[in-house]
Design a protein around this ligand. Structure first.
Ligand SMILES: Cc1cc2nc3c(=O)[nH]c(=O)nc-3n(C[C@H](O)[C@H](O)[C@H](O)COP(=O)(O)O)c2cc1C
Length: 185
């Protein structure tokens, strides 16, 4: 796909086909994350790739993703859990750069996936304590995000429709609302 097509057509995907992702494509998705920029190039991130069906279900169920919210992730052939070490990144102006580093890397993975026709969905709603216990993530690490990766179904499921409506997912602010030139206005 053309680069701008990837950016302009990307959307969150919450309904997945029962179709595996080839290892070659997975490697390219992971590589796109590996090459991301980071605070002093510290690369504070660690990504856990979960393919096992039972483990995916367990993560969706036992991680306590707020009841059945985000339970849809069990249907994706791959779930990636994005972790980061705050002490390996930096902090300035009261901003924790581990979040920035890991968000950039994960988004690079998600966009690369989209380039191959694979959908994903950034998940912020999860129980970090349960996810860490479930996946034996060390105490000092943070779980920044979770995302399913899979080929989209042609039709959205009930949950996908509900979230899209609730979040008004298609709506974006106008450029004039979010951009000013030369100074804040
Ligand atoms: C930080 C963050 C947290 C999010 N958490 C969730 C979530 O827990 N569950 C979910 O279904 N979508 C989640 N989303 C996806 C947003 O709802 C979605 O990006 C937004 O509605 C815009 O839709 P689009 O991605 O299709 O353009 C999250 C997105 C971000 C960036």
């Amino acid at each position: 796909m053309d680069f701008l097509d990837v950016i302009f057509s990307r959307k969150s995907v919450r309904s997945f086909q029962d179709k595996t992702i080839s290892n070659d494509i997975l490697q390219q998705i992971l590589e796109a994350g590996r090459l991301a920029p980071s605070w002093q190039n510290k690369q504070c991130w660690h990504f856990i790739v979960i393919k096992n069906k039972e483990k995916r279900k367990q993560l969706a169920l036992q991680s306590g993703l707020i009841g059945t919210v985000n339970f849809f992730i069990k249907d994706a052939p791959i779930i990636i859990v994005a972790c980061a070490s705050p002490i390996k990144s930096g902090m300035m102006n009261n901003q924790n750069y581990y979040l920035v580093d890991t968000a950039i890397a994960f988004q690079q993975m998600m966009l690369t996936a989209w380039n191959f026709g694979i959908g994903s969905c950034w998940l912020g709603a999860f129980n970090e304590g349960k996810v860490k216990k479930n996946l034996a993530i060390p105490e000092e690490m943070k779980v920044v995000a979770i995302s399913p990766f899979g080929y989209p179904k042609n039709k959205d499921g009930f949950y996908a429709k509900a979230v899209k409506t609730f979040a008004k997912s298609k709506k974006r602010k106008e450029l004039s609302e979010i951009i000013s030139y030369e100074k804040w206005s």
